[in-house]
Write a protein that binds this ligand. Structure first.
Ligand SMILES: [Fe+2]
Ligand SMILES: [Fe+2]
Length: 566
């Protein structure tokens, strides 16, 4: 129990195994995590730059493309305005045919009108399959405003609006027609479909979910992959659109949230001369997919490294802590008086050397211990022999009682420690007789009451003689009680049953047997068979039945031969 307390007195966190484990894990995982986090940060920064470049490039390219295609169509309308369509005296049917011919060449134009100076329609041509006359005009107020602006001699362009069948984004171009004097004499008004631009915008894909959209100078959505949203939404609140409206030109943004609250990355670029802006946006999670993957792989690598380090740590720690545990056990074994244990480690390193030294030390201690025990036992035997010699009839009595007692103890499977105690107690059981007059001890015939009283003092006297020897504290009770009887009728304390120490109960049987099988001044030696019968009779009264049984088996097996044959 005490040994366990000593071994377990190390808190778990201080145990070598756990300390080495923590060290191995730290060595394996910390550098990995630090380098991975640096790499991820660098990667993220590079990726952010690349993304900004990519988004900006797509936005700029798209804005240029839109700008070019619109400029081209504006130029075509301008060319039409420079023809003599208004100046020549043509019939309106003729003019309309000419307009229709023109219209056929430009699929994006839905309708062409020739207007007089007041903005009143003189001739009109339109794509009947795509638009009806009732839908191709903006509201009258806007029409007048455009006419007024165009009358100053420059092209006017309406904001996009919905028209056509099905309704799609369109805008109206007002191109002034000048006479020879350079005055504005009328206008060409053209309805331009923005479907082509919407298509261009819709086709743009940036990886999985990145896309483009187009806003006008007020932030209204004028082209979007989702056609239903076109000209139905005001995006001027959206952070990236706000940025565009504020800055114009081309730029990228810090991450922003779209209307659904998703985090986005993006860039914008202005469409020249129109004030429109192409916006590219992509969900942040998509953009950082590779970074997320990198983090995931780092995590897996970290976990694997932790497991590997833990495995190695355990193996390594066991290699170190196992021998140490053997040393602890060896040391505890020595502390408990057992010198037969050996560390016996085959290691060739310093630990192996230490183990061999430790075993050598234990061997030396064992030899010293055995020497001491031998010397002690020799002394005890000499003392016992000296007592026995006080009376020639008891010569060898203590040695024989000891031999018989040990035979019974072996039969009863007593522990080594118990047998060692018994050995000394049996040798010294009659040491108290040292203080009894020799003539009483040698007296033939019956003893007087007083003499018998004196004789009966020998267990107490023996116990008192040995009591000061601390190392014999376990032995003294066996000496004191070797004349107690199992039924409590013995002496000196008249204790009974299991109160009498087992060793004393054994000595009592062995002592009686030797006394009865030896010649004494007051009696002749009795036959072994007779004595055994008597002892059996006294089983349960004088003697412990279990001891008697063991004793009988020993006699039967000739392990207890009787004095004559001993
Ligand atoms: Fe005795
Ligand atoms: Fe005795």
């Amino acid at each position: 129990m005490r040994e366990r307390q000593i071994v377990n007195s190390i808190p778990r966190r201080h145990q070598l195994l756990y300390q080495l484990l923590a060290l191995m894990v730290a060595i394996a995982v910390l550098p990995l995590l630090i380098s991975a986090s640096i790499l991820i940060r660098i990667n993220q920064r590079v990726l952010e730059n690349d993304l900004l470049l990519l988004h900006t490039r797509i936005a700029t390219d798209t804005a240029d493309q839109i700008s070019h295609s619109l400029a081209w169509i504006f130029d075509q309308v301008e060319v039409l305005a420079k023809t003599q369509l208004l100046a020549l005296p043509l019939s309106s049917e003729h003019r309309e045919r000419l307009l229709l011919h023109y219209l056929d060449q430009y699929p994006d134009l839905l309708q062409l009108s020739l207007l007089d100076r007041e903005g009143k329609e003189i001739a009109c041509a339109y794509r009947a399959e795509r638009i009806s006359p009732s839908t191709f005009l903006p509201d009258p107020g806007l029409h007048q405003e455009m006419i007024a602006r165009s009358r100053e001699g420059k092209r006017a362009i309406s904001p996009p609006f919905l028209a056509g069948a099905p309704k799609g984004p369109v805008l109206r171009i007002y191109q002034p027609i000048k006479n020879d004097a350079g005055e504005v004499a009328g206008f060409i008004s053209a309805l331009l479909s923005l479907e082509g631009i919407n298509e261009l915008i819709s086709k743009i894909r940036v990886r999985r979910q990145g896309h483009a959209f187009l806003v006008d100078q007020r932030g209204r959505l004028i082209a979007h992959p989702n056609r239903a949203r076109v000209l139905q939404e005001d995006l001027s609140d959206l952070e990236i659109v706000k940025n565009y409206l504020l800055v114009g030109k081309t730029g990228g943004t810090v991450p922003f949230r779209d209307k659904n609250g998703r985090e986005m990355l993006g860039a914008y670029s202005a469409v020249k001369n129109l004030g429109w802006g192409v916006v590219i946006q992509e969900p942040r999670e998509d953009a950082y997919l590779s970074v997320a993957e990198m983090k995931r792989q780092t995590l897996i690598a970290g976990l694997l490294a932790t497991l590997a380090a833990a495995g190695l740590g355990i193996a390594f720690a066991r290699r170190v802590s196992y021998p140490l545990q053997k040393f602890v056990q060896g040391a505890l074994s020595i502390a408990g008086g057992n010198f037969s244990n050996r560390i016996d480690l085959k290691a060739k390193n310093e630990i192996g050397q230490l183990a061999r030294t430790f075993d050598y030390m234990t061997m030396q201690l064992q030899a010293y211990d055995e020497n001491m025990k031998e010397m002690f036992l020799g002394t005890v035997k000499s003392l016992a022999a000296a007592i026995d010699a006080k009376d020639p009839s008891t010569r060898g009595h203590s040695e024989r009682v000891t031999r018989y007692s040990l035979a019974i103890a072996e039969e009863m499977k007593l522990s080594t420690r118990e047998r060692e105690k018994l050995n000394i107690a049996a040798l010294l059981h009659d040491v108290g007789k040292i203080g009894i007059d020799t003539h009483i001890l040698r007296k033939p015939g019956r003893l007087s009451e007083e003499e018998y009283f004196l004789i009966k003092q020998h267990p107490v006297m023996g116990a008192n003689i040995m009591a000061p020897i601390r190392q014999l504290s376990d032995v003294v009770p066996l000496m004191r009680h070797h004349h107690e009887f199992f039924d409590g009728t013995g002496f000196p304390d008249r204790i009974k049953g299991k109160e009498i120490p087992l060793g004393a109960r054994i000595i009592c049987v062995a002592d009686t047997f030797d006394a009865m099988t030896s010649d004494r001044p007051y009696q002749k030696a009795m036959e072994v068979g007779y004595v055994v019968d008597r002892i059996k009779e006294w089983s349960g009264t004088r003697f412990d039945p279990e001891v008697v049984e063991a004793f009988v088996r020993c006699v039967r097996d000739a392990r207890i031969p009787g004095h004559k044959d001993a």
